[in-house]
Design a binder for this molecule. Sequence first.
Ligand SMILES: Cc1ncc(COP(=O)(O)OP(=O)(O)O)c(N)n1
Ligand code: TZP
Ligand code: MG
Length: 207
Amino acid sequence: MKLRGLYAITDSQLLAGKFLSYVEAALEGGVTLLQYRDKSSDEARRLREAQALRDLCERYKTRLIINDDAELAARLNVGVHLGQTDGPLTPARALLGRQAIIGSTCHGQLELAEQAAKEGASYVAFGRFFNSNTKPGAPTCSLELLDQARSKLHLPICAIGGITLDNAAPLVAHGVDLLAVVHGLFGAQSTAEVTRRARAFNELFKS
Ligand SMILES: Cc1ncc(COP(=O)(O)OP(=O)(O)O)c(N)n1
Ligand SMILES: Cc1ncsc1CCOP(=O)(O)O
Ligand SMILES: [Mg+2]
């Protein structure tokens, strides 16, 4: 499966009271990967929500990724996204198997991406590229780094951080395969607008 297109990421605060309806609206518009990102420690709720997302993803033939938690990903037989302090990639790969999608946060550092590639990452994520409501303090990354990454890496490249329909096109022009978006997608005022945005993000990959 080609990892290219919109990578929708959930946010528990932003989606409070409309979690599944907004996610389904995004899937309706087309989502390549969906990440369940919940920074709480409510294990029971996390399991319940992740299961609901897995069922939804199965209906829409979208791949689900769990943020931070390789154990939960293994339990649901889905992929995982690991940051630099979320545990090493090699045991996660051993736990989840060769087919699983495993992503790695590489901030703005090519060396981290080269290391992640060696350790079996399925994609590498760079960012943040713009001001982010979701994670304002995340380290930044430049478009120039994307050019270097494109010429050195043979893995799908994901961009994250403050991405909207107004600023995403240059990222795709600089070789990004996956646009990872929270607010720029789910900050919409209606489900219809979420679906429209998802479709429009996908259009950026067609030219
Ligand atoms: C696709 C994608 N890229 C980067 C991140 C950030 O991961 P991390 O640095 O571990 O930060 P948290 O998201 O866990 O706060 C991500 N989640 N997804
Ligand atoms: C998790 C994460 N890591 C770097 S920026 C970011 C948040 C992305 O959310 P938004 O698309 O709302 O900026
Ligand atoms: Mg993390």
